[in-house]
Design a protein around this ligand. Structure first.
Ligand code: FMN
Length: 238
């Protein structure tokens, strides 16, 4: 199984430890590629919209984005991690996700995404872990992924791994080991099932693209949908 991990922080803190515990449950059968933000995607999207116009290769950050995208498309399981920063995912994670705006379903989603599985790991001191996970989930679901599992933790006391109580560490470890065990039982030779909500989004966008294509058959996103056969009978899921 191929796993690609995108870490929303470079710090080897609590998020890192939780991710390591989760991966430990999968290492024996996984080929793992990891990215650390902001190091592996250091720049903000400047809104030039070159990617939306179909020229993602000309993005000033293409060298970073394409490397991450290749690893995401090749992986069977995607893992995204982030601590909560002011109730949200880290700015570095958001900056990376912005670069993939053109991959949202109303634009040019990658067909591979419809069969992927993903896990989001977030943690916080008191509150914000769930909304941090939602920041990431919003992008993944609009990329076309249906099978998204969220593992969100509240530390409630200490934020330094070495000072967290053994009881709390054991609770978190149990949850992570159980989740990794469930992932291990998945048959990764088969793509994930595309869910009802993803299909609803797909058909709504298909209607939108059909309309846009009638007005302008040269419209970038319409041409992409048409060339994939999605305006006709082909679907990005099996
Ligand atoms: C800039 C910043 C903002 C934070 N915002 C929140 C927050 O909104 N809610 C919360 O519970 N903890 C918040 N925290 C605490 C972190 O989520 C907590 O320290 C976390 O364990 C850090 O993870 P790490 O060790 O992986 O860096 C914040 C920390 C930082 C540095």
């Amino acid at each position: 199984m191929k796993i690609t991990v995108v870490n929303g922080t470079e710090k080897h803190g609590v998020t890192y430890r939780l991710k390591e515990i989760f991966l430990d449950g999968l290492r024996d059968q996984a080929d793992i590629t990891e990215f650390y933000l902001p190091k592996d995607c250091p720049n903000f999207c400047t809104g030039c919209i070159t990617c939306f116009h179909g020229d993602e290769n000309k993005c000033k950050d293409a060298e970073y984005i394409q490397k991450i995208e290749r690893a995401l498309l090749e992986a069977d399981l995607l893992i995204f991690t982030s601590p909560a920063y002011v109730f949200h995912a880290t700015g570095a994670m958001k900056a990376m996700l912005d670069h993939f705006g053109y991959r949202w379903m109303p634009h040019r989603p990658a067909k591979e995404m419809f069969g992927k599985r993903a896990v989001i790991i977030t943690q916080c001191l008191g509150a914000g872990g769930k909304s941090a996970a939602k920041d990431i989930k919003d992008s993944l679901s609009w990329w076309g992924i249906s099978d998204i599992r969220v593992l969100s933790f509240k530390l409630m006391s200490e934020i330094h791994w070495d000072k967290i109580s053994e009881k709390k560490k054991n609770q978190m470890t149990l949850k992570l080991v159980n989740a990794a065990g469930k992932i291990k039982r998945i048959d990764f030779t088969k793509p994930a099932r595309t869910g009802f909500i993803t299909k609803c989004k797909f058909y709504a966008v298909r209607m939108l693209q059909s309309g846009l294509g009638k007005d302008n058959p040269e419209y970038t996103d319409y041409k992409y949908w048409k060339n994939n056969g999605w305006i006709d009978k082909i679907r990005p899921w099996k």
